[in-house]
Design a protein around this ligand. Sequence first.
Ligand SMILES: [Zn+2]
Length: 168
Amino acid sequence: MESLDNPEVVNALAKVAGANSLDIVGELSEESEMDEFSLAERLGMDVKTVRKILYKLYDSRLVKFRRIKDEETGWYIYLWKFHDDKLEALVKRMRRDKITNVHERLEYERAHQFFMCENGCTRMPFENAMEYGFICNDCSGKLGFLDNSNIIDNLEAQLKEIERTIGS
Ligand SMILES: [Zn+2]
């Protein structure tokens, strides 16, 4: 299973179910299944919060549950189980989305020349700057050429970093 120390896993869980979902996943991954009251007790959280997080995790298919009837009280108990294959799939999907996003930004930066307001209000591609007569729409400052090679280098470095993570 994906390590819960992996920053990509931490980000993925925080995104779908909030930062404190990590604790719940941590507990669930140690046990075969657990009910929400035991989870709440172990984590020192209230049951409502635990339930809310479990539902979010369930929406992302990261947990499943089965319902059993407590013969004494007649109440139903929900036993939750962590679905670690789905966590791996989620991390992979988010990684792919991130790669696509960085690629698109990189293509955009490579495909355009940018102009920026001398007072820093705005940055736009050449075509738009020309339409405005190279005058800022906000402050009437001059729009000057902006070298975006730093931005391109930065995006390329991000892509390399993601690829390195996948390789490891
Ligand atoms: Zn301006």
